[in-house]
Design a binder for this molecule. Structure first.
Ligand SMILES: [Zn+2]
Length: 425
């Protein structure tokens, strides 16, 4: 590489961590025409038109949020603005989890994916109705509301956008219809050859007839055999019944075996996240593959789109304990407060989600030649108290916050109104 090359932009002197390239050190990132040209130490400053001093900051491949809800206006109060949780929050790539369905995917492409400045993909809902009003009405999610053929067809016709299938394995649905919907979702995943992302943890209330003989602690055990390597178990640390820790307080023994045969774990943090259960599962050696913020209109305070129904009581209707503010970067701090290292957490938002999306080497890396999607974080040292909705508190000895990101070389400052502020205890 000749030093006389002119770069458009040089991010100078930050700690660059790019797990996919095995890079961790003080380096400069050079960008030209929206692409990463090179990452190396001491690039000549005169070689660039613009220099941004990022010394003391952390420079990462553009962050990937594996669990977003950004089908704004179509999913009622649930779907939030893509760029608010995306580039305005230091996140360059979003994966909408189950907002669009085979019936509503064209709208998602036209009104969200093509309009957002953030790179946007979808895990297509296994259900015809997708994520309408945040899956609020359980009766819409029966096996009668699934069309395997149509969903496989929509996925195959939109491979650029659809990178997986979303389904829910939880007691409210099992009590109504048993395991059939999950079998159908698994078949869609197999036939479209896409990963299936399975929500665990109670979502819907029980029917009047009760559990119908279904036991929440058997759901994981029965669903895992239907899943393939690359499929994703989500919300392991939910405080709702049905996560990785059973009612005896033990991590389900099937989880380890599932991970050993290539299933993945996505935190899908959300406001149902339990530090108590996360601590238990992590101590048992369950290290999540990917992170995922799971921010939506029920756990943050954002204005509801005009014309949406009144707010209703809902199990998901619990704002984040920190003034209903959250971000993927705050979820990274959450993991670090549980004892995971920055080096363990960075792959969960970069190289691992790129693998989940079948986009390794294209995103989630700063390899030369890729689109210059770059996230710059500030680490504030200090003592911070993080709280969950069980009122468990954990102490973080530093807090990460996004400063700005580049999306294909274009700078976006971290200005989202839902970003938590760093207030030391
Ligand atoms: Zn979600």
């Amino acid at each position: 590489m000749s030093v006389s090359t002119t770069f458009d932009l040089l991010l100078r002197g930050g700690r660059v961590i790019d797990p996919a390239s095995g890079i961790d050190g003080i380096k400069d990132v050079a960008v030209r025409a929206g692409k990463v040209v090179t990452v190396q130490a001491d690039i000549l400053p005169t070689s660039a038109k613009e220099i941004v001093d990022v010394s003391g900051k952390i420079v990462l491949p553009g962050l990937i949020d594996t669990h977003a809800h950004v089908y704004q206006y179509v999913t009622g109060r649930f779907g939030v603005n893509a760029d608010m949780v995306g580039v305005q929050s230091g996140v360059t790539t979003l994966v909408d989890q189950g907002g669009p369905s085979c019936m509503t995917l064209p709208g998602f492409r036209h009104f969200v994916a093509e309009k957002a400045l953030s790179r946007t993909y979808a895990f297509l809902s296994a259900y015809l109705v997708g994520g309408l009003e945040g899956h609020y009405y359980p009766s819409l999610y029966s096996p009668d509301g699934v069309d395997i053929e149509a969903t496989v067809k929509a996925a195959n016709a939109n491979r650029d956008l659809v990178r997986g299938i979303k389904a829910h394995a939880e007691i409210g649905g099992f009590a109504r219809w048993g395991i059939r919907v999950i079998e159908m979702a698994a078949e869609i995943g197999r036939r479209a050859d896409l990963p299936v992302y399975v929500h665990f943890g109670q979502l819907w209330g029980l029917p009047a007839s009760g559990t119908n003989g279904e036991d929440v602690d058997t759901i994981l055990t029965r669903v895992i055999p239907l899943l393939r390597s690359g499929d994703v178990l989500a919300h392991p640390f939910t405080r709702h019944p049905g996560g990785f820790v059973n009612r005896e307080g033990e991590v389900h023994p099937v989880v380890r075996a599932a991970l050993d045969r290539g299933l993945r774990v996505d935190v899908g943090h959300g406001s149902h996240f339990s530090y108590r259960l996360a601590r238990k599962a992590i101590a048992a050696g369950i290290i999540p593959t990917t992170l995922g913020a799971d921010i939506h209109g029920y756990n943050t305070h954002v204005p509801a789109p005009a014309g949406t129904p009144d707010e209703h009581a809902d199990d998901e209707n619990h704002p984040f304990a920190s003034q209903a503010k959250f971000s993927l970067v705050q979820a990274m701090s959450s993991m670090m407060a549980l004892g995971l290292t920055l080096e363990q957490v960075v792959p969960m938002v970069t190289s691992h989600p790129a693998e989940m999306l079948g986009l390794s080497g294209e995103i989630g890396t700063l390899r030369s030649g890729v689109d210059a999607d770059v996230t710059v974080l500030v680490e504030h040292p200090g003592r911070y108290i993080l709280r969950d909705n069980e009122k468990t508190e954990v102490i973080a000895d530093s807090l990460l916050q996004p400063a700005f990101c580049l999306r294909a070389g274009v700078r976006h400052d971290a200005t989202a109104p839902i970003l938590p502020r760093a207030v030391a205890a």
